[in-house]
Design a protein around this ligand. Structure first.
Ligand code: ASP
Length: 594
């Protein structure tokens, strides 16, 4: 097809801008053909640009044969320049912002043709995700993706402005760096001049931002890319963006107070009203009440302890827990109301399967409905135990109780998940609400069965809670950290901590995680040196920008807010990365593939 040159054809208006007030004006427009329709002697064409859609129309009996011929050659996704006069529509379309008008065509340039798109570009239309990712440049023409990326850009602008107003300095840190243990596997980059040696892509700029505090910047921010080679889920990507923050001379509350107004402003951007300060919940309570370190507090139901109710019970499973002196517990969730009481046997079986999948033997239940009590352990529920149980659970009317037996950790895992599943099924989560909260006082160290040593829960630069410092040597597992996460609707938006700024404590921490002084020096000598040269007390946080934008736009998948994301197998289906490389390149790097 012969294409028309753009020449000096420029748009006079953006397509989405045109309104009744433009009636009578001759306009020039640019964009893509969304669709053409022939209706009798009229040809309609919807022209799309980044700002919207407008209807063009030509009457076969009125336009020149040449224009008509061009118009008839146009297919979906052709790139066009159109000229015409704005006119009021006879049949208005209230669904379209430009639905009061149409543009009567007087000229048309075909700037490019297009093959038939292999995926539908309408938001409503279902499309296979692999195909969408393969043809991402087309998929990105969808209105929802355009909207998401525009909002993402807006979020980044707000973030930059906010920190600028608060006197932060944005400093870029290396991408080719040294591995720092953030808890995930590193992406490694071989060095050509140093065969056998590797850079690590940053899991985060953690150490650099701390060193910038030692250097005296006091307030650092960076919107930066981070890389972690870990198993992917719907809300994770191998490379992701963080809003990375570090400040000197701060306490946890100072970091939290700095972040809250920003989060309030970002929520307002999508019409959500939230108020600071956000609630602060110690990690221990989060696990005890919600069975999760990122609780969705839009549902108020909490896990309760019912162990002592079963002290003299005939029910061996529960009594054993009561007799175990705290090693094992009976914990329960009670959902009040008719809908919970009417939960069917089949639905309970499904929940039981979930519990089994999470390592529990099953999911004992008791429900009080129209026909009284029904329970998987009814024969053990004599009236006195039943009454004591109802009292313990605060079960005054109808409702459903589900139970888990085992260690605190096991029961938290099971009931934490069951709580969410039931809350969603019973419609107890108000999806329109934004609930932020801080989970604070995380444990510092966690015992790793695999490595047979303690590992840092956050990262090994996190400051121990000042009251727990002595525990570093005596009982490392119960030492709390000065660490905090910010949670939104059950998602971890970000986390941070006050750091260790004292070289001696840093060395004690390395020792607690099983590092010899030589290993510590070898890996982190530069940090230990820096701490010895007047490091200020400092701390910070990083927010996951992709996840934040995902929640702001209400998407359920992080790929909906990233222009060119990877699949759950960490592959780019559009470019086919990762891909084999030329053997010569490998040779230069001194790498052999076995
Ligand atoms: N670097 C940490 C992370 O990426 C965040 C922080 O402690 O500031 O998880």
């Amino acid at each position: 097809m012969r294409l028309d040159p753009l020449g000096d054809f420029q748009r006079t208006h953006r397509n989405g801008q045109l309104r009744l007030e433009h009636t009578g004006q001759t306009v020039r427009l640019l964009g893509w053909c969304k669709r053409v329709r022939n209706l009798g002697s009229l040809v309609f064409l919807d022209l799309r640009d980044r700002w919207g859609l407008v209807q063009l129309v030509a009457n076969e009996n009125e336009v020149s044969p040449e224009l008509l011929a061009r118009l008839k050659a146009v297919r979906s996704e052709f790139v066009l320049g159109a000229e015409g006069v704005v006119a009021e529509r006879e049949q208005k379309n209230p669904q379209m912002p430009t639905g009061d008008i149409e543009v009567r065509l007087s000229g048309l340039r075909i700037l490019n043709s297009a093959q038939t798109p292999p995926i539908p570009l309408d938001d409503g239309a279902e499309a296979n995700e692999d195909q969408r990712l393969k043809y991402r440049f087309l998929d990105l023409r969808r209105e929802s993706l355009q909207r998401n990326l525009v909002l993402r850009s807006e979020v980044m602008n707000i973030v930059r402005n906010y920190f600028r107003q608060n006197d932060f300095v944005e400093v870029e840190t290396p991408i080719l760096g040294k591995s720092t243990p953030e808890g995930a596997r590193d992406y490694l980059v071989p060095s050509r001049p140093h065969p056998g040696q590797f850079y690590a892509l940053p899991q985060s700029p953690q150490l650099y931002k701390q060193l910038l505090q030692v250097a005296g910047f006091e307030r650092y921010v960076q919107i930066c890319r981070c890389f972690r080679d870990e198993d992917l889920r719907a809300d994770r990507q191998p490379e992701f963006t963080q809003v990375d923050v570090e400040m000197s001379f701060v306490r946890p509350v100072d970091i939290q107070n700095m972040m809250e107004p920003l989060l309030v402003e970002l929520a307002a951007l999508v019409g959500k009203e939230v108020r600071a300060p956000f609630p602060r919940l110690p990690y221990r309570d989060a696990m005890e009440w919600y069975g999760s370190d990122k609780p969705d507090t839009r549902c108020a139901v909490r896990i309760q302890d019912a162990t002592s109710v079963f002290a003299g019970s005939e029910f061996g499973l529960f009594r054993a827990a009561a007799d175990s002196q705290g090693a094992s517990r009976v914990r329960a969730l009670f959902f009040a109301g008719e809908a919970a009481a009417a939960y069917s046997r089949k639905q309970l079986d499904e929940l039981g399967d979930l519990a089994k999948h999470l390592g529990s033997g099953g999911l004992p239940y008791a429900k009080w409905g129209k026909d009284g009590l029904s329970s998987s352990f009814k024969k053990f529920l004599d009236p006195a135990t039943e009454a004591a149980l109802r009292e313990r659970l605060g079960a005054t009317g109808e409702g459903l109780a589900v139970f888990a037996v085992g260690s605190s950790q096991q029961t938290s895992k099971v009931l934490g998940e069951v709580r969410l599943r039931l809350a969603r099924a019973l419609g107890l989560i108000d999806e329109s609400k934004f609930e932020f909260l801080w989970v604070v006082d995380f444990p510092l160290l966690d015992w790793s069965e695999e490595d047979q040593r303690f590992v840092a829960c956050h990262h090994p630069f996190t400051g121990p809670h000042p009251e727990d410092l002595a525990l570093l040597e005596t009982d490392p597992g119960s030492c709390r950290a000065q660490a905090y996460d910010v949670i939104l609707n059950g998602f971890e938006l970000g986390g941070g901590s006050i750091r260790i700024h004292d070289a001696e404590i840093q060395s004690r921490l390395f020792k607690a995680i099983g590092m010899s002084p030589e290993e510590a020096r070898d890996q982190f000598g530069f940090l230990l040196d820096a701490l010895a040269f007047g490091a200020p007390p400092h701390g910070g946080i990083a927010l996951g920008l992709d996840r934040l934008v995902m929640l702001l736009v209400g998407a359920s998948n992080i790929r909906e807010v990233i222009a060119f994301p990877k699949t759950a197998q960490a592959r780019c289906l559009m470019t086919n990365a990762p891909s084999p490389v030329n053997p010569r390149q490998l040779k230069e790097l001194g790498i052999g593939i076995s």
